[in-house]
Write a new protein. Structure first.
Length: 277
């Protein structure tokens, strides 16, 4: 049996595949070696082992936080510890998962818009150039965390119309103190900020939110996609929940910059299964 994993900062999707068919599916919290300790990662892997008890021959693990060789090696060791029967264990970035899923063995530009954001140029085999991926403090334009950050800033600075402020507060029960605590003191502030993206989607026709979304996606395209060689000639694919829910806004901003949007998909898993057949 073969296991494929696609992990972002918030959640990880696991698929156990036999003869090209999914026989088990599971969702866990995101597994990023940047954010989780060895103990935290092993706890998640134990949960997976309980849900998928069959022997595993191959394990292909794609995740955010696995760009550095040190983090890939650490993640590989932990996976081999928990899946000792596996003869093949590969650890790669979530960006390569997106590229292989969306472009298969064709060249293209591939972007992830989820809790975070990044982009790459893919030659049909490997990623040859990257942009973005700086995290929600320094970058992550167009991501759920960046959209949430702009939204909450507007809420705190009283820039948001009163009707929207009341609606946001009714849904999330916000105070200045609990916002600041969640951003500056509690774990995973990026995940906290990304929880406000659904509100932006529900109210995307409101002028202040429409402008916020256009600004975020325009920044992402200019700071990430346009920096990549041949971006105005290659097909551009998007993966992730933010990409899925804001397709109209992405396409509108891409068109103004002369960029060709090809496929947009929330989950890369089916494409990954096809790639690894």
């Amino acid at each position: 049996m073969k296991i494929l994993v696609d992990s972002g900062a918030t959640k990880a999707n696991w698929a156990a595949v036999h003869d090209g068919r999914i026989v088990h599916q599971l969702q866990t919290q995101g597994i990023s070696p940047y954010f989780l300790s060895d103990e935290g990662i092993v706890d998640v892997l134990r949960e997976v082992k309980r849900s998928i008890p069959e022997p595993v021959q191959e394990l292909h693990f794609y995740s955010t936080g696995c760009k550095a060789e040190e983090q890939r090696r650490r993640m590989n060791q932990l996976l081999r510890l928990m899946f000792q029967e596996a003869t093949t264990v590969n650890v790669e970035t979530d960006l390569l998962a997106a590229a292989r899923s969306m472009a298969q063995r064709e060249a293209g530009i591939v972007c992830i818009l989820g809790t975070g954001s990044n982009a790459c140029r893919y030659d049909g085999s490997q990623i040859v150039e990257t942009a973005g991926g700086l995290g929600f403090i320094l970058g992550d334009e167009g991501s759920g965390a960046a959209i949430g950050k702009d939204l909450i800033r507007s809420f705190l600075n009283l820039e948001m119309p009163e009707n929207l402020r009341e609606e946001l507060n009714e849904q999330y029960h916000l105070t200045r103190d609990n916002i600041l605590q969640s951003v500056y003191q509690l774990p995973y502030p990026n995940r906290f900020l990304a929880t406000f993206a659904p509100f932006a989607h529900e109210n995307r026709q409101e002028p202040i939110i429409k402008d916020l979304l256009d600004r975020q996606f325009n920044l992402f395209l200019k700071r990430c996609v346009l920096l990549l060689e041949d971006s105005q000639h290659l097909p551009i694919h998007f993966v992730g929940s933010i990409a899925q829910y804001f397709q109209e806004e992405i396409k509108r901003n891409a068109e103004t910059l002369g960029l060709h949007v090809a496929k947009i998909q929330q989950d890369p898993m089916l494409g990954l299964i096809q790639y690894h057949e």
